[in-house]
Design a protein around this ligand. Structure first.
Ligand SMILES: [Ca+2]
Length: 160
């Protein structure tokens, strides 16, 4: 699968002071970061793929509750993407925080095999405090947009 979707550029177009044509951009699904979760070590067993800024508060909905043993996490656009696995549903419990592109062939090495029950991933850096704020939120956000709003609010409060 090619990540490059840029069309071939036509060269040698003469420079003119003509207003550029308005090009309507197609709606593109957010591609980064990309996460694959696997039920077995060494990227084996059942595989579930996820893309974009995302919160999944119950891995049971994809059949992987307490059943993730390896993972691949990558962003093509930043080295600061963040993945947080939570031991419990609704972004609660022990965490495993992963920043930047990473393949983990055996989550036992991180003491997190068959443990994850929810996760959040973002194509940006989430600080430890951001993650704590998510966990401390009284109402669990339903989706990433709400999670992001929560983080922004908490950051603004801290900045005061
Ligand atoms: Ca769990």
């Amino acid at each position: 699968m090619s990540l490059s979707k840029k069309p071939a550029v036509k060269k040698a177009a003469p420079k003119k002071s003509v207003a550029p044509k308005k090009v309507s951009k197609p709606v593109v699904k957010q591609a980064n970061p990309a996460l694959s979760l696997f039920s077995d070590t060494d990227f084996g067993g059942t595989r579930q793929r996820f893309r974009g800024n995302l919160g999944v508060r119950n891995l049971g909905v994809v059949g992987l509750d307490n059943d993730v043993e390896s993972l691949q996490f990558a962003s093509a656009t930043t080295a600061n993407a963040t993945l947080v696995l939570f031991a419990d549903r609704n972004y609660q419990g022990r965490t495993l925080i992963i920043r930047g592109n990473r393949n983990i062939s055996d989550l036992a090495d991180q003491n997190f095999e068959n443990t994850a029950s929810s996760f959040i991933m973002a194509n940006t850096n989430l600080s430890n405090q951001d993650i704590t704020d998510i966990q401390n939120a009284r109402e669990v956000p339903n989706n990433y947009g709400e999670i992001l709003a929560l983080i922004r609010k908490a950051r603004a409060k801290r900045a005061k």
